[in-house]
Design a protein around this ligand. Structure first.
Ligand SMILES: N=CN[C@@H](CCC(=O)O)C(=O)O
Ligand SMILES: [Zn+2]
Length: 418
């Protein structure tokens, strides 16, 4: 079978190959193919190897010379708050002066400030702003993201956010997986009646499910936001409706959200800076992914999640960006990977598994994405770097030169292909 496209002259292809979820010490396993090529037909990888690629060429094959650059799978950012109105630099000075994140929220700012701005924004405003951020993410090599609602906090405005995800997924090459997060904060109008807000959310979920606007439901399980009991109620209902479930767990206070996630069969538990040893053990024996977000610790100047302990105890770890206006305002996913390496002390091989196959697994995409193998989607990044470690070592800059999604170039020479 002749290829539509062959990427040749690749110095090294780095790819995970273990069956996901890739736990603990298996996260050190990756394949390195030197002097490599990759042949693609109809958006799917049909051959990958080293040496002579000519047997895959035909009269119409396009050859792309990688000029001795390296190739990795498209990056999968499995936790973002992409769609939101406005920005929160007005809180930045208070934050760096030491005002706690949850105090700003309790005063009606923080997430609730973004809720006001998101409610005021039109669908088009939100769409254009999110599209710009998505372009930026793609320039850094991101080819799939998860995107949450959670700044509308009522049915109409949550649906507005989810419909932005839907439209972006139709018109933008980056693949988007949508999550409903009405349980991101308690809206002002329900300030004194959280249970009534939860009742309302449970009803809203039926509609979101019937309109097929989200695959998963997420809850911010935290002191002053949704308790473990609230979270259990919301996620049990979501699960019964057929949603995947996940939670923002043990971010600031060790409430036991991670353990609850394992108990309920969550696909991921996210943040985990304050996770207990007991819950690390529970995670290790489950298929729930520990989704760590080091960019948030960096921005909020909080302690980092203990990735080393988790990996050493056989937990399956993913790393995500958490792009949002209040705790991680950056689209630079390579910087997030560099933080995972430098601050979480994850080895380059572990980081690669954590930003490709493990997130693909918890998003339910591992059959087609997350590694470079014959039969999988040709989502990959060509990086102007001599080896994998270099992209983590030389930090703060963008190493991605070209990005392909389903075999089509979406970034060439650092420019978006329109
Ligand atoms: N922790 C809760 N939610 C977001 C932050 C949202 C915001 O501050 O706007 C997070 O994942 O960090
Ligand atoms: Zn989040």
């Amino acid at each position: 079978m002749s290829a539509d496209l062959i990427i040749t002259n690749i110095s090294t292809i780095y790819t995970p190959y273990k069956k996901p979820p890739v736990h603990g010490r298996d996260m050190m396993s990756i394949h390195e193919i030197h002097h490599a090529y990759m042949a693609i037909k109809d958006g799917v990888i049909i051959a990958i190897g080293s040496g002579n690629y000519h047997k895959h060429t035909g009269p119409n094959t396009i050859i792309h010379d990688a000029n001795q650059k390296i190739v990795i799978p498209g990056l999968i950012d499995s936790h973002t708050h992409l769609v939101h109105g406005g920005s929160r630099e007005s809180e930045y000075k208070r934050l760096i002066a030491g005002t706690p994140y949850l105090q700003i929220l309790a005063e009606g700012g923080g997430i609730l400030g973004t809720v006001e701005m998101t409610r005021k924004a039109s669908f088009n405003d939100l769409f254009e702003k999110a599209k710009k951020s998505l372009d930026e993410m793609m320039l850094y090599g991101v080819t799939t993201i998860e995107s949450k609602s959670g700044y509308g906090l009522n049915l109409d405005h949550e649906i507005k956010q989810l419909k932005v995800n839907k439209k972006l997924n139709q018109v933008h090459p980056v693949h988007i997986v949508s999550t409903y997060m009405g349980a991101h904060a308690i809206p002002k109008e329900f300030k004194d009646d959280k249970d009534l807000y939860i009742d309302q959310m449970l009803l809203d979920m039926d509609i979101i499910k019937s309109e097929n606007l989200a695959e998963a439901v997420d809850v911010f399980c935290e002191s002053g936001v949704f308790s473990v009991k609230d979270t259990k109620r919301i996620l049990s209902h979501a699960k019964a409706l057929g949603f995947k479930i996940k939670l923002h767990a043990d971010e600031i206070h060790p409430l036991g959200g991670a353990g609850l996630g394992v108990e309920l069969g969550a696909t991921s538990v996210d943040h985990l800076m304050a996770i207990s040893d007991q819950d690390i053990e529970k995670l290790a024996h489950s298929n729930t992914i520990a989704n760590l977000l080091p960019g948030t610790s960096f921005y909020l100047r909080k302690k980092y999640a203990n990735a080393r302990k988790m990996i050493d105890h056989q937990v399956a770890v993913a790393i995500s960006g958490d792009y949002n206006p209040g705790s991680c305002p950056t689209e630079n996913f390579q910087f997030i990977m560099q933080l995972a390496s430098n601050q979480l002390q994850m080895m380059p091989e572990e980081v690669l598994n954590a930003v490709t196959i493990n997130p693909a697994f918890h998003l339910g995409l591992h059959q087609e994405k997350g590694s470079l193998e014959v039969g999988k989607s040709a989502d990959f990044v060509i990086l102007d770097a001599p080896n994998l470690t270099y992209i983590l070592y030389h930090y703060g800059i963008n190493h991605a030169s070209d990005v392909y999604i389903k075999g089509k170039p979406v970034v060439l020479n650092r420019q978006i292909v329109r």
